[in-house]
Design a protein around this ligand. Structure first.
Ligand SMILES: [Zn+2]
Ligand SMILES: [Zn+2]
Length: 218
């Protein structure tokens, strides 16, 4: 949600300007993300008055620049405290295109490709009747599976562009079910191998059968 700020300013020559309106939380063009004041807007009439004072020689260009940068940075930090920390600021201002994101891209693409493959299997429950998560076994038609695998889509989907998903993945480790798989559909014999692999030497099971869809043991 954008926020409005109103301020009164006193300049070095004693001139006072009242009721200057600034907003934060709306304008984030990535081209200027490393310039002071990113994310903050100031009303144009105030800028014109300020420029007129520079033109008249009563306000120096350095003082004007410093005024704008200081005010905007204060407002930006107030609005989003992450802006005060250099590493969090980098994350905040990334558009899925920083060096860290570039380095993560192959892993991200691999995970997304895998998710699309799982979605294709999910669409054939006759061939892949069982679906496993990290710790449970389901029928592929289970509502829990459908909520997750049914949501997987190519980019851009209704939640994400590839850049926004990559940014959240790189900087926050987020893997939402709109692009990443958390369930793996399997043929019956594959599910039987999976449950065997997830059973300890003394017969202890490292998985549970889902209580919603209640599958037979594969
Ligand atoms: Zn990044
Ligand atoms: Zn289930």
């Amino acid at each position: 949600m954008p926020a409005s700020n109103t301020m009164d300013a006193v300049f070095p020559d004693g001139h006072e300007m009242k009721n200057i309106r600034l907003t934060v939380g709306m304008d984030y063009p990535k081209e200027r993300r490393w310039t002071d004041g990113w994310g903050v807007s100031i009303e144009v009439p105030a800028v014109i008055e300020l420029l007129a004072r520079v033109q008249a020689g009563t306000l120096s260009i350095e003082d004007l620049r410093s005024f704008l940068a200081t005010q905007a940075n204060e407002i930006a930090v107030d609005y989003d405290p992450r802006e005060a920390d250099p590493i969090q600021r980098e994350t905040n201002r990334c558009a899925g295109d920083c060096d860290r994101c570039q380095a993560k891209r192959p892993e991200f693409d691999r995970l997304h490709q895998e998710a699309l493959e799982q979605k294709a299997k999910f669409d054939q429950p006759g061939v892949y009747p069982y679906t496993v998560s990290r710790s449970s076994v389901h029928l592929t038609t289970c509502p829990e599976v459908t909520r997750s695998l049914g949501a997987i889509k190519q980019f851009p989907n209704s939640f994400w562009t590839v850049e926004s998903a990559l940014r959240h993945f790189t900087h926050e480790g987020a893997m939402t079910s709109s692009w990443a798989a958390h369930y793996w559909p399997m043929a019956r014999h594959e599910a039987a191998s999976w449950t065997a692999e997830h059973t300890g030497p003394k017969g202890g099971k490292q998985y549970r059968l889902c209580k919603i869809c209640n599958p037979e043991h594969p």
